[in-house]
Design a protein around this ligand. Sequence first.
Ligand SMILES: Nc1ncnc2c1ncn2[C@@H]1O[C@H](COP(=O)(O)OP(=O)(O)O)[C@@H](O)[C@H]1O
Ligand SMILES: [Mg+2]
Length: 451
Amino acid sequence: MALNILDRQTFIRELHEIVTPTHPVLYAKYLKGRDIQLKNIEQALFAVGRNVFIYGERGVGKSSLAATAANEWMKNQADADPNTYIDIACSPDSTIYGLVGNIARQATFKSRILKKSVKSSFGINLKWITYKRDNEKIELDFTKELNDLSDCIELLKEVESLYHFPLIVVVDEVDQIKNPVEIERLANLLKQLGDKRVDVKFIFTGVAKTLDEILGSHRSAARQLETIELPKLSWDARWDIAKDALSHFNVKIDDDICIRIAMISDGYPFYVHLIVEKLLWRLFSIEKEVTHVEWSDYYEAVNDAVNGISAELSRPYLQAVTQRSQDYEEVVWATLVADNNIGVYIKEMYTHYKFIMAQLKEKEVLDQDRFYNRVRNLLKDQYGPILAKGLKSGQYVYKEKMLRGYVRLKAEAQKIHLNIDEAKAIDDLRFKANASVKSTKYYSSKAPRGW
Ligand SMILES: Nc1ncnc2c1ncn2[C@@H]1O[C@H](COP(=O)(O)OP(=O)(O)O)[C@@H](O)[C@H]1O
Ligand SMILES: [Mg+2]
């Protein structure tokens, strides 16, 4: 149905089902570019004793992959209701006993058996769970009674027996747990679950560059982990999000605009969702029938997106650019040339800085020394910090990778061209976008540097 004839309620409902900047994707049809990972997780879940660990940068889509994989798994179980997998969020004070207690509580409420018979005194006779039911304590708090790992295993065995299929548990952001005692306990729990063949499946997610950052020396204890390092989203996946959302509302979008959205999102699906959400709102508010996205709609959406970004994400940027000298913003834009993985030398930034300044005729151009000085300041707390030192001496990288996407968006809102080879890069992408066969090699390729 055309966008503008939808009533407001329907529009809002459909918009938020498809475009989800503030929460993880839950269904495979909306999860783009993660087919291989979904397949690997599914295969791992079939193996008794094997659990899954998804790790990667903040915002790449770990929680989405975990939630979708869990949902898909539940969907394929004859007796399961979709969306009833167990979901645990970690915090710095989470404990493993708390985690196991929470799993048991959720599982007890969610299991079909107990839904039918939670009030009756007969049924399965389990040490932990029956005890609670006989006492008619609906507020099931197992945590306090768990004294050691064998208790945890015993309880999870009971939980397992409530279900006709292997139960799935998503433990999100396990990297939040920093206490080494708890981490060791987690590693041992996983090992014992495998040894005792308890068929409760875990999908963990964690913000980390390597699994060792989270599990440290205990990694070997959890040998049975299927580890999935999640890279940034590929080009095709980024623009599939945009294309699909717009085509749902029967709006056409030029490849050039899609390319632009894919580029400035910097591989973070969050930014794609955000821009598309703002774009759809803009189009919906236009009085006449809309069939096409115009460039002006796009730029307005980018502006709205920038304004709608949380303070948490924008704080370092604002801190850096609100210096008294009023010449930091262009310096920060020039740092965009720092690729996420490969560091960049200050000299390269200065070349880009001059390219940017050529577009802003009325502003004074900093000489090399002053520019270098400002870039070095961006390493300091009171200037963000925006940058960190790279692996090689003299090289810089972004301190928080996702911030780079925000900086990109800020520059885009001012219609700043960032890359010296921009015209060529766009031509390349346009050519490939129009190629009749979607070549996986191209579509999964990395962004050209400086985007
Ligand atoms: N593969 C994907 N396809 C479409 N949207 C995605 C995908 N992965 C993540 N998203 C979206 O990106 C944002 C961040 O995803 P999330 O799973 O919360 O990341 P993380 O857990 O790594 O921080 C969310 O808005 C989510 O809806
Ligand atoms: Mg997450």
